[in-house]
Design a protein around this ligand. Structure first.
Ligand code: PLP
Ligand code: COI
Length: 334
């Protein structure tokens, strides 16, 4: 995989549309990467903000494609509804992603170097406001940038530590992709990194006994009898990668796959484990530290056999080397 990591860089064009008087304006591409918004915007004070993350994948035959972009559009709209923001029509979301990819063709990584062009769509509440209430004007922006891997350099296992902090409340906003969940994670992540871990693992906010998220990614484990298992909870972000892996484990690899509780005190049921997400792709987990003990998975510092197969299948589909299930791929016509 590439080694440019996951860092901001300005790329030539981004897409912007404004909601005013009940409708979205026709989106435009602009070279300006600075937003000019009112100092009292609810996005700045009350976190009225949500976002998505998806990637443009270059294929061997020179095409560009999106992976399950309709699902990102749907999830953005779920987040918008939760924060009382206007939804983005799915066709507008896909069109904006395509426009940003095509306008930035010169900086989209080539096939074969393991890099992709990460798109960051977001919606923010803007305009004059001071009371705790929703904005009446909104911006929908999509920008993009080349990225490599998020957690580690390539498909190499890393270790995580559980946090005493919660990233979301039991009936809060954990299942939507809103900025507040992420700013709440800066401190726990900083503490985990300071102690030599890649990030922290969040346990369920009610009982602190079940694994919920691995930093900004979902968790999965592979049991000793090769079952793919991933947690379920209403404070976990419904990861598109996770749902893809559930499907691929069953239908491409012939494994049993299920969503169920994953207890932190029963990690020994898994021989392999990983973090999955758009940015994280699949990041194998070497060890998890909790309270005063550390559990090392059997696969340890090498990539487990099932994790490797899942990775090869997922990434093969994303880059167009393996046939995708119907509806998963949107080709961007150049
Ligand atoms: N969990 C959190 C908290 C995330 O931020 C992400 C990233 O989007 C994921 C899980 C993975 O979701 P997806 O696979 O849709 O990118
Ligand atoms: C993603 O995987 O797209 C994410 O949003 C995770 C993180 C970079 C916020």
């Amino acid at each position: 995989m590439g080694n440019i990591g996951f860092n901001y860089q300005k790329t030539p064009f981004r897409y912007i549309s404004r909601w005013k008087d009940g409708e979205w304006s026709e989106g435009v591409l602009t070279e300006d990467n600075i937003l000019h918004i009112n100092e009292s915007s609810p996005a700045l004070h009350y976190g009225q903000q949500c976002f998505e993350g998806l990637k443009v994948y270059p294929t061997k035959d020179g095409k560009l494609q999106l992976f399950r972009a309709q699902d990102n559009a749907k999830r953005l709209n779920t987040s918008c509804r939760r924060l009382l923001m206007p939804e983005i029509p799915e066709s507008m979301f896909i069109d904006a992603c395509k426009q940003v990819a095509l306008a930035n063709l010169d900086v989209i990584p080539k096939y074969g170097i393991g890099e992709t062009f990460y798109l960051r769509p977001f919606v923010i509440g803007v305009g004059e406001n001071i009371g705790v209430k929703s904005a009446t004007e909104f911006l929908f922006v999509v920008f993009g940038l080349p990225v490599g891997t998020y957690f580690s350099d390539g498909l190499s296992p890393v270790s995580f530590k559980t946090s005493d902090f919660d990233r979301a409340a039991p009936n809060g906003t954990g299942s939507v992709k809103v900025g507040g969940n992420y700013s709440a994670s800066f401190l726990p992540k900083k503490e985990a990194v300071k102690n030599g871990y890649a990030d922290c693992i969040y346990l369920d906010p009610k009982t602190h006994t079940k694994i919920e998220e691995v930093g900004a990614a979902n968790f999965f484990g592979i049991t000793h009898d090769n079952k793919f298992v991933t947690p379920t909870s209403n404070s976990i972000l419904p990861s598109i990668t996770k749902y893809s892996l559930l499907y691929l484990a069953k239908n491409y690899l012939g494994l049993e796959a299920e969503e169920r509780d994953c207890f932190i005190n029963n990690l020994k049921e898994f021989k392999e484990a990983g973090a999955c997400g758009t940015a994280a792709i699949i990041t194998p987990i070497n060890a998890i530290a909790h309270e005063d003990w550390v559990h090392q998975f059997e696969s340890g510092e090498i990539v487990g056999e099932v994790t490797q197969k899942l990775y090869d299948t997922l990434v093969g589909i994303q880059f167009g080397d393996i046939d995708a299930p119907e509806g998963w791929i949107t080709v961007i016509d150049k």
